[in-house]
Design a binder for this molecule. Structure first.
Ligand SMILES: Cc1cc2nc3c(=O)[nH]c(=O)nc-3n(C[C@H](O)[C@H](O)[C@H](O)COP(=O)(O)OP(=O)(O)OC[C@H]3O[C@@H](n4cnc5c(N)ncnc54)[C@H](O)[C@@H]3O)c2cc1C
Length: 561
């Protein structure tokens, strides 16, 4: 149970902590094979990162067994019939933009295993409404988007062009840093400091997002537009080290558009499971791992709630939340690891409240005299609104003012998710887990809150009257916690990704490179570098380390011919 006071202990971060370059990667360990083992490696948890890790190990010739607690794979990457039969809703993640852009998709040949990305023929990528009702279309080309934005401020448009262009080295540095385990690639700061204007970009990166927006842009509309993009990253606007979040997220959405997988994110997970099975792997659902088998000082397998034991020849890779590991093997992990792990905090004020709808028709959005459909629509507020919303969340209140209400209608691009002609729609807003009076209050207030959100959305779409709505399902942060044991405190990524819990400090400083104090026990998943989202990199990075301990190089194994 996460209490509200736990959320308030935030933001103290940034004490003296080792940087990746200071914390040398632990040396590879010599492996003694367990001759009685059923499999080479056991992977605990069946989310997309666990499956990615197993698929890489399979490619390297190791037999993997993936054990998932629930009846279906995927964790937070899961498409489900949440309202009425035939309507497929994204239970959590909507867009696997990260995985679309990095190498995991290619290296694991996910397209060969059935993944199809949906391509929207429309030139429009997404649509925004500012709090005064003005519509802003985000086009697939940067120039067209900025051209439209320039009606608010020509000066800010020129500044955005300069910053967008100048962002490239930062993006490359991030890609490099995220694409390798901690200690195996330069930190973003190290890469930037090699450039002539590095000190400027490093300052920008480490200041608050609010500082960057106030400093660089004069118009409220530009600031509001970019505030939305940092909000997707679930970072408080006045948190240090978030200064480039807006531009980074805007760049990725602008370049990739609103990325969707045909059939939903579950189709991605199923393709990953096929990739595991194609390399002698086995994937079992309904296997809740409740204990580790520790023998001769090493992790030799796992036990499940049903009393089964599975033994691994070389080791276990866990995608379970670190708090589960700590409960399973406190002594072997040691008191320092246990204490540091127990300090991991959930997402503070950035949980999600969602409403899923089954619809007869897609919303028709009002843009001047036109009526348009669009897969992703956002009702946004100003930077100040976002600060007010964050403060309300921290105080345990829902926020009714304008700030980040996302309306997703994937069926306008991927009709396979609903019966012919019908649609699914989802609202997402930021909300606290711990309401004043306790998280259980959600059950009391959720219907009223969902109704108020619908009333706001109705101002911009002409056909969201009751007759259009076949069914709806409300999902509170409490429900998000209940659906996946890793969603501690309703967190979307297991734990917040503030400075104290990211990079070389995720999940535990000194143990960020996927090894743990227990030989043969590794960690992957959103609680490891580079963190949450549907991107597969934590899975790949964990496989990198496991393979290094076998004397193998993932970059040779993964190389795409
Ligand atoms: C509401 C919501 C919206 C989101 N939207 C987006 C989005 O649009 N785009 C995006 O990129 N990301 C989004 N995310 C984040 C993204 O979904 C997650 O970061 C990502 O799914 C994490 O993947 P994972 O494989 O690390 O872990 P998870 O998806 O959490 O999977 C972990 C799996 O391990 C299993 N498990 C845990 N413990 C055990 C055990 N003891 N034994 C066996 N199995 C166990 C769990 O049942 C689960 O299936 C969203 C998340 C939420 C909650």
């Amino acid at each position: 149970m996460v209490l509200r006071r736990d959320f308030l202990k935030l933001g103290m971060a940034a004490a003296a902590v080792p940087t990746a370059s200071e914390s040398k990667p632990a040396a590879p360990r010599s492996l003694v094979a367990n001759p009685d083992a059923d499999f080479d490696y056991i992977i605990a948890g069946g989310g997309h990162n666990a499956l990615a890790c197993a698929a890489y190990l399979g490619k390297a010739g190791y037999r993997c067994l993936v054990l998932e607690a629930k009846a279906t794979l995927g964790g937070n990457t899961s498409t489900e019939q949440l309202t009425v039969p035939g309507f497929l809703h994204e239970a959590c993640a909507n867009t696997p933009g990260g995985l679309f852009r990095n190498n995991v998709r290619k290296e694991l040949e996910l397209d060969k295993f059935g993944v199809r990305f949906a391509t929207d023929p429309a030139e429009l990528s997404s649509l925004m409404y500012f709090s005064d009702g003005t519509a802003q279309q985000v086009w697939k080309t940067f120039d067209r988007t900025v051209q439209d934005l320039s009606r608010f401020s020509a000066k800010d448009a020129a500044r955005l062009r300069v910053l967008y262009k100048g962002l490239s080295p930062f993006l490359q540095a991030v890609r490099r840093f995220n694409g390798a385990p901690i200690g195996y690639a330069p930190t973003v700061e190290e890469s930037l400091m090699k450039l002539p204007d590095g000190p400027v970009w490093v300052r920008r990166m480490h200041q608050t997002m609010a500082d960057t927006l106030m400093q660089e842009f004069e118009s409220e509309k530009f600031r509001s537009f970019l505030t939305y993009y940092s909000t997707i990253n679930r970072q408080l606007p006045y948190r240090e080290h978030t200064g480039l979040d807006s531009l980074d997220q805007y760049n990725s959405r602008q370049e990739a558009g609103w990325v969707l997988v045909i059939g939903g994110t579950s189709a991605l997970v199923q393709a990953m499971a096929r990739a595991v099975e194609a390399n002698q792997g086995t994937v079992l659902a309904n296997r809740f791992v409740t204990g580790l088998i520790l023998e001769n000082g090493k992790c030799a397998g796992v036990r499940t709630a049903a009393g089964e034991s599975f033994r691994a020849k070389y080791g276990v890779v866990s995608s379970m939340h670190t708090n589960q590991l700590v409960r399973m093997a406190p002594e072997a992990l040691g008191p320092v690891y246990v204490e540091s792990a127990s300090m991991l905090k959930p997402l503070f004020a950035e949980m999600l409240f969602c409403v899923h709808f089954a619809l007869n028709e897609a919303p028709r959005w009002k843009v001047g005299d036109q009526r348009i459909t669009c897969p992703a629509v956002q009702l946004i507020g100003t930077l100040e609104d976002r600060i007010r919303q964050a403060n309300a969340s921290l105080e345990g209140r829902v926020y009714d003012g304008p700030s980040f209400l996302q309306v997703l209608t994937p069926t306008v691009v991927d009709p396979s998710r609903a019966p012919p002609g019908k649609h699914v729609m989802k609202f997402e807003v930021l909300a606290p887990y711990a309401l004043e009076g306790g998280a259980a209050q959600w059950d009391e207030i959720k219907r009223g809150y969902a109704d108020r959100l619908l009333a706001r959305v109705r101002q911009h779409a002409e056909n969201l009257e009751d007759q259009n709505i076949i069914a709806r399902r409300i999902v509170t942060p409490l429900d998000i916690e209940g659906r996946n044991i890793n969603n501690v405190g309703g967190s979307c990524h297991g734990a917040a990704e503030n400075y104290a819990q990211a990079g070389a400090m995720r999940p535990v400083p000194g143990w960020a490179n996927h090894r743990t104090p227990i030989p043969g026990l590794y960690q992957t998943g959103a609680l490891t570098h580079p963190g949450g989202s549907v991107r597969g990199e934590p899975g790949r990075n964990a496989a990198w380390i496991v393979l290094e301990d076998q004397g193998k190089d993932i970059n040779k194994i993964a190389a795409v011919s």
